[in-house]
Design a protein around this ligand. Structure first.
Ligand SMILES: Cc1ncc(COP(=O)(O)O)c(C=O)c1O
Length: 495
């Protein structure tokens, strides 16, 4: 049986004792009008007679009379013991009138939303619907420890105190900031104390916050080319001048940036696992980048989005860990290690003073991140489940990457040459010369295989044709089916 809707709160009823019309007739006309215009809809439960009478300051009898009249006319139905509801089927003449939709007033002139359409690019992929091979950047959601998360969530709700319910801290829940700082110090060699951490609703908010706090219209920003356009879009929308820098096998080309641009205000980099090419910024280039930043007062925004996933050797320390002059802003996310809808990430700023400056801007954006998720995540980290989950996922993803590499080698070697990088959440493969990339794009769309094309992430620096394949979210079986479909697409896309 469908659940009955809760009693609604009826606003907007205006009764006048000075009017020549009796109160009963005024109330009747207004309720009827609301039903005809769709403000009140089939199944909506009206307030109890006594409640509405008290709210309107009229006698209960007036409300009962009105409800009775509307019931007789077929607009309302009374259910004994449950209340009064808007009828499912309205009188015929109303249905024919075709007026049952609320029509919102339209502005005379279509308003212009302040977005720079020519440079802002929205993500092509949404995981709202089914996640299919080889969707990019999606963790294995089937392996999420739901039971533990539920247990912690239940406990958090049970222990919720009055003091948790007001405005808390703009910078995030303090114990969570401490847990993140401790994790980053140990696992990512980030030099930080909890005072330097700001909790944001995902790395995307972090990047926007950096743009709002540090960049002015016309400032120059270096971005990797190809690169993550979530970041590029945040900067573009702040009105900065975009300065694309090519990516080599040892990462962001610092020599190119140095030789080509002057007065760079900020450089955005993904040093652990370049997005989308998967390269790692070499040690030598890290030092060169930091020296350049120091000499030019340039901010470096290090996006360490999926560095937890390194499948051979030790995890690489962060670039921030090498910074001796406080130029690196470190940005991380829980979207890849836990799940994207959690919408939690963090920024680590060079100093606690700078954090206080950011706090002022953040306060006018979102006041604070939602507390409940922070409380659950904090316990999840403090009780050791977070590290355990990462370790488990690292093993699982290494296995899935191996499966994918074997499948590509066995079935797609005439079309693809995979990159050898043993890290991250996607595999880069170079397309062979006899594949028409445009045809392939059309074929994968038709076959509902999700393949990304790094060339779509470029601004100015063209690169040989390639594709990226996300693998963490897919079992061996699904990877196998995905590769079979991809093979069909490849065959059809030959030149
Ligand atoms: C390189 C990179 N950085 C940042 C993000 C955004 O993370 P978040 O979900 O925390 O906004 C993504 C998401 O896919 C990404 O690929």
């Amino acid at each position: 049986m469908p659940k009955e809707s809760p009693e609604i709160f009826l606003s907007g009823i205006k009764l006048s004792r000075k009017s020549s019309e009796p109160l009963y007739a005024q109330l009747y006309a207004q309720l009827r009008e609301m039903i005809i215009h769709g403000r009140l809809r089939a199944g909506d439960r009206l307030p109890a007679g006594r409640t509405l009478a008290e709210e309107l300051g009229i006698s209960r009898v007036i409300v009962s009379q009105t409800y009775e009249q509307l019931t007789i006319e077929g607009y309302l139905i009374g259910k004994t013991g449950s209340g009064t509801f808007v009828a499912d089927t309205l009188p015929d003449h109303l249905l024919h009138a075709g007026k049952l939709k609320v029509v919102s007033p339209k502005p005379k002139k279509e308003p212009v939303v302040n977005i720079n359409e020519s440079t802002v690019r929205l993500p092509a992929s949404s995981t709202e619907n089914e996640i299919v091979p080889f969707h990019l950047g999606v963790p294995s959601l089937d392996s999420f420890p739901f039971k533990i998360w539920h247990q912690i969530g239940n406990k958090v709700l049970k222990d919720l105190k009055k003091q948790n319910l007001g405005y808390n801290n703009t910078l995030g829940y303090w114990p969570l900031r401490k847990a993140i700082a401790s994790y980053l110090r140990l696992s990512r060699a980030v030099q930080c104390e909890a005072e330097q951490v700001i909790i944001v609703t995902g790395a995307q908010q972090g990047m926007n916050l950096v743009a709002q706090c540090l960049l002015k219209r016309g400032d120059k920003v270096c971005i990797e080319d190809p690169g993550y356009f979530g970041a590029a879009s945040a900067f573009a929308n702040a009105g900065v001048e975009m300065c694309p820098v090519p990516v080599r096998e040892d990462g962001f080309d610092v020599d190119y940036a140095q030789a080509t641009y002057k007065n760079i205000k900020l450089a955005y980099v993904t040093p652990s696992h370049q997005f989308p090419l998967g390269y790692t910024l070499s040690q030598e280039k890290r030092k060169q980048l930091l020296a350049w930043a120091e000499a030019n007062d340039t901010w470096i925004l290090e996006d360490d989005y999926d560095s937890e996933y390194r499948y051979e050797g030790r995890p690489l320390p962060s670039l921030q860990g090498l910074d001796t002059c406080g130029r690196v802003i470190y940005c991380g996310t829980f979207s890849k290690v836990l799940f994207p809808a959690l919408r939690l990430g963090y920024l680590v700023l060079p100093s606690a003073e700078m954090v206080q400056g950011f706090k002022k801007i953040k306060q006018i954006i979102d006041t604070q991140p939602p507390l409940m998720e922070q409380l659950i995540l904090c316990s999840f980290m403090e009780e050791g489940y977070f590290l355990r989950h990462i370790r488990k996922m690292r093993l699982l993803y290494a296995e899935r990457l191996n499966t994918l590499l074997t499948l590509v080698k066995d079935q797609l070697s005439e079309f693809l040459t995979p990159n050898t990088s043993q890290s991250g959440m996607h595999l880069l493969c170079w397309l062979s010369d006899d594949i028409d990339a445009a045809k392939l794009k059309a074929e994968v769309r038709k076959e509902k295989v999700f393949v990304s094309f790094p060339s779509e992430y470029t601004i100015q620096h063209h690169m040989p044709p390639s594709i990226t394949l996300g693998f963490p979210a897919f079992t061996k079986y699904r990877l196998k089916l995905g590769v079979e479909k991809l093979k069909v697409c490849m065959e059809r896309a030959r030149k």
